[in-house]
Design a protein around this ligand. Structure first.
Ligand code: BGC
Length: 721
């Protein structure tokens, strides 16, 4: 068995049900399925989310609609239902194999009547064919003789925390060997087809079908003796009207080919697809098993969330692993997750950047609604790119809290442009830049050009009334991150336009017309870049996070230890604003992204000032991995490793207590950055990529691969000690 490739649970603990469902999420870039049990459990969050299958909850929001439990199996042991909340669990082990994406469980269970069985499940969503899903169940009798029945079907009555998105459309029995179910979302009208078949091996097998409305079911019956095993494979295929014009025919045809291949062959092609994936993506850390596993686990979660064949969707903040943030896409994707894809799986990065291209229309609507020109990306984005951030959310005490991010957290617009540019720099994919990326960078610049406000008194441009990355402070003026990134966006747009003029003059001309890039507009951009307010002390290099930050009340976070919640939860939303407490790096985030523009001494000054003011343990989960990368690049290995460990514990250990809502996908991407940009010290220089490694104590060897401008590079770094 390869080391550190398995996430294992050796005991069933109902109190960690939701956490573990998230941890054991499986998927294939098309859908994600939480690790809920095949037989169900009271209070479970059994969730399967399919990319792009959004539907509205009237007035409230748009969200990914939970799909049927394709892995559902009911086991009847001599008439008694196998369920973990009854009878006795004699032995239990659950394991996610990161090498193949297969989730397996073995339970030795004594029924209330006293029959002992060993039940083993394994399931996977095929990476080789994303429409194929498979479960294998083996029931072995330990000490009883009698009937066993396994029921597997398509349970069509699904909800999202009580809200029903699906309407029943059709179902039927497929020529004796399968069942079909068709549902449609209520508001968005997406059709979902599922086909399912059971295959069995064992003694005296009997097959039957129950065509119950919204739950067509297949049955296998057998007689077991002590020592005998019944094996049942459930194969499911699934398509939506986003994939094909004829959902039923495509779903049924794929089911027939899956049946013909059989479980073992499907598993083999899935395993082979994963092994190709890991060849390129894996990171190996020798000498630190916990870090090795945590990083690999993070990459696994990113890989199962990344759309492979669809460029109209992107990875949500909680990937496809839970209801948190309703499947919406944030800056988490471009700034935290995409670097991994850009450097390692550029084809997938391109899909996700294309999602932003396809949602430019929504970004333009958003800008126009605010009275600005160009494209203003939504803080939370779903199918169309229109703003989907909820305006109000319930607080734990039931009161409603106004969320301003959708109105004024503007920096996402520059963050998207930043990711486009980074992708181009690393891949040299000129065709992408010419055909799609340039338009994103130019139209976002157009937004900043109109959003920057001229202050007639100071004779400077300002960007007022915003939220920076640190969301503990809202309605602030001249946030350094926002203003500086806006300038970066404008400068980059000018650079790209010059590049287009040279490389693709026709495209340059057509964008000049389409986006109204007049000489006056371009000279206005230059003026904004030259005269934007950037609050930085010229002597010390210290940035002021926003106007007046230094006048907010200083406070020592240590005085609040020990604590198990965020500073905002402790002090209250309004009160927190009065303090110099950050939810996550803001100035430091800027210095991280634009590192090459700043002197190491400036970074150090700002690090020393802002780090102790940042609520890294319970503020945003986005912070620690970036702090780790920054610290490692400054050579402060102790701080770097401390922050890295904090980030690495986020989901596997449920360090923040909210993993049950879904994976912290930005943290997963941040961990890759902490290792590659931090400890390996990868730098982009005019001569190409360079490593300047500083490995933490105990790390004997660090290996990974990157792509750079069409070349595959393998890094094998060893510690000097
Ligand atoms: C963070 C944001 C992040 C969002 C989604 C918030 O708590 O402050 O930076 O984009 O979560 O992960």
């Amino acid at each position: 068995m390869m080391q550190n490739w398995h996430v294992v649970e050796t005991e069933f603990a109902p109190e960690t049900l939701h956490h573990k469902e998230t941890v054991f999420t499986t998927g294939n870039g098309y859908l994600g399925t939480r690790g809920a049990f095949e037989e169900g459990y009271p209070g479970e969050r059994a969730v399967t989310l399919i990319h792009g299958v959004f539907d509205d909850v009237p007035i409230v929001h748009t969200e990914l609609a939970n799909a049927p439990r394709w892995y559902a199996l009911t086991l009847l042991i001599d008439g008694e239902r196998f369920r973990l909340e009854q009878g006795q669990i004699l032995a239990y082990r659950r394991q996610l194999d990161l090498a193949t994406g297969v989730l397996a469980r073995i339970v030795r269970w004594r029924s209330p009547k006293g029959h002992t069985v060993e039940v083993a499940f394994e399931r996977f969503a095929s990476l080789a064919d994303e429409h194929v899903l498979a479960v294998r169940c083996r029931v072995t009798s330990v000490d009883f003789s009698g009937p066993v029945e396994i029921r597997g079907g398509l349970p069509g009555l699904v909800d999202n925390d009580g809200f029903m998105h699906w309407e029943w459309r059709d179902q039927g029995i497929l020529a004796g060997d399968g069942v079909y179910l068709e549902l449609g979302t209520r508001a968005s009208g997406i059709v979902l087809g599922l086909g399912c078949a059971l295959a069995a091996q064992g003694e005296s097998i009997v097959h039957a079908v129950q065509d119950c409305e919204a739950h067509p079911t297949l049955l296998v019956r057998s007689q077991l003796q002590p020592g005998a095993t019944l094996v049942v494979d459930k194969l499911t295929t699934l398509f939506t009207s986003r994939d094909t014009g004829d959902v039923r025919t495509t779903t049924v045809a794929r089911l027939r080919s899956a049946i013909a291949a059989g479980y073992a062959a499907l598993r083999a092609v899935n395993d082979a697809a994963w092994s190709r994936e890991w060849e390129v993506c894996d990171i190996q850390i020798e000498g630190d098993d916990a870090a090795d596993l945590a990083v690999r686990y993070s990459l696994f979660q990113l890989l199962i969330a990344a759309p492979r064949r669809d460029d109209r969707v992107s990875i949500a903040a909680k990937s496809l692993s839970g209801y948190g943030y309703r499947g919406h896409v944030f800056w988490d994707t471009e700034i935290f997750m995409l670097p991994f894809f850009t450097y390692v799986r550029p084809e997938l990065a391109r899909n996700m950047l294309m999602y932003r291209y396809h949602t430019l229309a929504g970004a333009r609507r958003k800008a126009a609604e605010g009275g600005w020109e160009g494209a203003m990306f939504s803080w939370e984005s779903a199918a169309t790119g229109d703003e989907t951030t909820p305006r109000w959310v319930p607080a734990p005490d039931g009161s409603l809290v106004r969320i301003w991010c959708g109105d004024i957290e503007l920096h996402i617009t520059a963050d998207v442009a930043f990711a486009v540019y980074q992708y181009w720099q690393i891949t040299a994919d000129d065709a992408f830049l010419r055909d799609f990326g340039a338009e994103i960078i130019l139209d976002t610049a157009r937004f900043w050009g109109t959003r920057a406000e001229w202050n007639t008194v100071s004779e400077r441009y300002e960007i007022n009334d915003v939220i920076g990355p640190d969301e503990y402070h809202d309605h602030v003026d001249n946030n350094a991150f926002t203003n500086r990134m806006a300038v970066w966006n404008l400068q980059t747009a000018l650079e790209i336009l010059a590049w287009l003029d040279e490389q693709a003059p026709e495209k340059a001309a057509s964008l000049r017309t389409a986006l109204d890039l007049t000489p006056e507009r371009l000279s206005h951009w230059r003026d904004v870049c030259a005269r934007m307010v950037i609050l930085q002390n010229p002597e010390t290099g210290l940035f002021e996070q926003f106007e007046g930050f230094f006048e907010r009340r200083p406070v020592s976070l240590e005085d609040f230890e020990p604590r198990s919640t965020s500073m905002q939860a402790l002090l209250g939303i309004e009160e927190t604003q009065a303090y110099q407490i950050l939810k996550q790096p803001d100035v430091l985030m800027l210095l991280y992204l634009l590192e090459s523009a700043y002197d190491p001494a400036v970074i150090k000054t700002n690090w020393d000032y802002y780090t102790p003011r940042t609520d890294l343990t319970y503020g945003s989960s986005l912070g620690p991995a970036i702090q780790a990368a920054l610290a490692a690049r400054q050579g402060d290995l102790e701080a770097a490793y401390g922050h890295f460990t904090l980030a690495a514990r986020t989901d596997l250990q449920d360090a923040r207590g909210n993993t049950g809502e879904g994976i912290h996908a930005a943290t997963a991407g941040g961990l890759w950055q902490a290792v590659v940009f931090g400890f390996a010290g990868i730098r982009l220089t005019p001569g190409g990529l360079e490593a300047h490694p500083m490995l933490p104590d105990g790390w004997r060897r660090l290996r990974f691969r990157l792509h750079y401008r069409g070349k595959r590079l393998a890094f094998d770094l060893r510690s000097a000690g």
